[in-house]
Design a binder for this molecule. Sequence first.
Ligand SMILES: Nc1ncnc2c1ncn2[C@@H]1O[C@H](COP(=O)(O)OP(=O)(O)OP(=O)(O)O)[C@@H](O)[C@H]1O
Ligand SMILES: [Mg+2]
Length: 238
Amino acid sequence: MGSKRHARGVREPTGRFLEIAEREVGRIILDIHDGPVQNIFAALSQLYVVQKRMAQQPSPPGEELERVRRSIGLLENALNDIRTFMGAFRPPEFERRDLVSILEGLVIQHEELTGNTVSLVLDGELPAVPLPVKISLYRILQEALSNAVRHGSANQHSILLRSEGHSIMMEVADNGRGFDVAAVMQRPLAGHFGLEGMHERVILLGGSLSIESSPGLGTRVCVEIPVAARPAATPLPS
Ligand SMILES: Nc1ncnc2c1ncn2[C@@H]1O[C@H](COP(=O)(O)OP(=O)(O)OP(=O)(O)O)[C@@H](O)[C@H]1O
Ligand SMILES: [Mg+2]
């Protein structure tokens, strides 16, 4: 009672766009890894040497040594930030693994990062899940868990996965403070892309998404995506 529900409609299904987008993300991650990360690491290695040599001098230059130490700290922080970012965005072998194991991996990662508890319940058997649907459900779960912590200060999450007819359903609930969904959806995007991204992903696959929440109560994100057998897509050029 008193909770607000927000739902969006259905558009022409196309999984190909999501598959291409995910490959692009993979390429960007590799470029970051092979470019800036290697350079930061090279700079750090040089600074470690300089720091050691300075410290070994008969009368070490205190101020300069302190500057080098601070620069090392900044670069180490930058490397850690980039590693965390890359970990969050690296696709976990979507093609080879099944949906449940992919989502379980995300759940474990979230529990380790936040100390929260996450229950993942599989209600019955799931049909074969096409790659674009796996990608979308993974990204939506990632965003829902992160929003719950960042905005709702939730410390518990529960995920329910089930299949109904030719659709797969995922519900992600949190025990956070909740929010006014209609008010948030009406305001301009202005730096808030998470919920809009969830909607876009689901709509591209011909599904629907609804969010139930209200201030003071938790939030529940419900996704339904059709997984009925369709003609196989032409493989993408690698
Ligand atoms: N689970 C939640 N609990 C409480 N508030 C939420 C929750 N999910 C979303 N919100 C509210 O909805 C707003 C929009 O969420 P959205 O994910 O679109 O953007 P964001 O998280 O602020 O930014 P981004 O996802 O782009 O980093 C949030 O700023 C927050 O106020
Ligand atoms: Mg968000």
